[in-house]
Design a binder for this molecule. Structure first.
Ligand SMILES: C[S@@+](CC[C@H](N)C(=O)[O-])C[C@H]1O[C@@H](n2cnc3c(N)ncnc32)[C@H](O)[C@@H]1O
Length: 405
């Protein structure tokens, strides 16, 4: 099997992030073949998969297409899978995980296709080399992913293994942490690049500030973890992988120091978690942490042109909601009184609460946090910003993307 031959590479992401993923992939010089709601495709080799795994901030997984076939039922799936020379890819000493995404009328049990594929792979390896690899759900070794829609099956080498959202730095998640890929996309939406001060009151476990520091110092997030499925493939190209990692390290070293990043929270435990997470991510020296009410966040005199971003709780129960109304009102006062000349951002899943901020939004970016529809609201904070209780109209976004494969 020749993994240096170009094949289709499917890159997946969370709902609502595909525009940011597209921006990143095009920024790396790739031409897009197709764009779907939560994935896109390009053409490339395993070396490209390595680069993508190291550099992408908003992707979940990078999948290299091994074989595309037509199949109507489980027996056909087995027959097609067993044809692949798995013994060239997976050592019997490796650990194998099979995942699948299936939308076909003949299957109503989501476990079944993964089991069929796993059986075909281990049977083939046992047949050829006399031993079979261990298998399970852990994604700690080689990961193979099946996409089966209608009568079309596709088997991919999932080169990431564990989702890229799991950077490895969040050892202390604290309450309601934002997924790392979402935080990176939110920071990309603000246009932040380290050239202006960044203030993150209500920082929780620090995800926004940490992702911002990684962006500002051009640190590829893939450098933060060592385990990728691609390094478990038999005879993988370790030289190319190591040289890409070295190049990525050089890029980060050459980056200039960002303008101040200040992260605060009124919960001491949140700041303790954020500080430890930042330390694991190697960016603790770039972030100034304080325990305080958001309104007491120390704002540098040079805040003009800076970014102030808050991710308050959205509230679920009635009691919480009335307390949060007051908090959102106070966020409006804080923006207006303490942050003139900067750009304010509020990330929330509750637009009714957002109205309590009382300032006019200049832009609204749609996002999803798990199943909750969210918005990143942008406020231009001029000196003497006026209160406005009529929310800006929702911009119409052309969401005519194709269904995922
Ligand atoms: C939704 S969480 C933020 C999660 C964060 N984005 C992360 O990824 O971990 C909201 C945070 O706001 C903090 N918070 C709530 N009210 C606050 C206040 N009045 N002043 C400062 N922090 C506050 C909470 O302690 C909590 O950590």
């Amino acid at each position: 099997m020749n993994l240096s031959a170009p094949s289709t590479i499917l890159i997946t992401c969370a709902r609502g992030l595909v525009d940011y993923l597209k921006q990143e992939v095009e920024g790396m010089g790739y031409s897009l073949l197709t764009v779907h709601r939560t994935s896109l495709t390009i053409e490339g080799t395993m070396a490209d998969c390595m680069k993508l795994n190291l550099h992408l901030r908003t992707a979940f997984s990078v999948l290299y297409l091994l074989r595309e076939f037509s199949c109507r039922d489980g027996d056909a799936l087995y027959d097609q899978t067993v044809k692949i020379a798995w013994e060239d890819l997976i050592s019997p000493d490796e650990y194998l995980t099979v995942t699948s995404r299936v939308d076909t009328p003949s299957v109503n049990n989501s476990m079944f296709p993964s089991l069929k594929v796993k059986d075909a792979i281990v049977d083939r390896i046992a047949n050829k080399v006399g031993r079979r690899p261990d298998s399970g759900a852990d994604r700690k070794g080689v990961v193979i992913t099946l996409y089966w829609r209608g009568a079309q099956g596709r088997l991919y080498l999932n080169t990431s293994g564990v989702k890229l959202a799991e950077r490895g730095y969040r050892r202390m998640p604290h309450k309601a942490p934002m997924q790392e890929t979402l935080a990176a996309a939110v920071m990309l939406a603000t246009g932040y690049d380290g050239s202006c001060p960044l203030i993150c009151p209500m920082c929780g476990s620090g995800t926004l500030a940490i992702e911002a520091a990684l962006i500002a110092t051009r640190r590829p997030p893939g450098l933060l973890r060592l385990n990728f499925s691609l390094t478990h493939i038999k005879n993988y190209d370790a030289d190319t992988w190591q040289s890409l990692r070295r190049e990525a390290q050089k890029q980060a070293k050459a980056a200039s120091r960002p303008k101040p990043i200040i992260a605060t929270d009124h919960d001491e435990k949140a700041i303790e978690a954020a500080r430890k997470n930042a330390m694991t991510a190697g960016v603790e020296h770039l972030i100034e942490f304080h325990v305080c009410d958001f309104a007491d966040t120390p704002i540098p005199a040079s805040i003009s042109g800076g970014i102030v971003i808050l991710n308050p709780e959205y509230g679920k129960r009635m009691g919480e909601l009335s307390a949060l109304e007051k908090t959102y009102e106070r966020i409006g006062d804080f923006f207006k009184q303490k942050c003139p000349g900067s750009t304010g951002y509020l990330f929330t899943g509750n637009l009714d609460l957002a109205k309590k901020v009382g300032l006019k939004t200049s832009r609204r970016f749609p996002f999803h946090n798990a199943d909750i529809e969210c918005r990143l609201l942008k406020y231009e904070l001029y000196k003497g910003s006026r209160r406005d209780t009529t929310p800006a109209a929702e911009p119409v976004r052309p969401y005519n993307l194709k269904q995922d494969p």
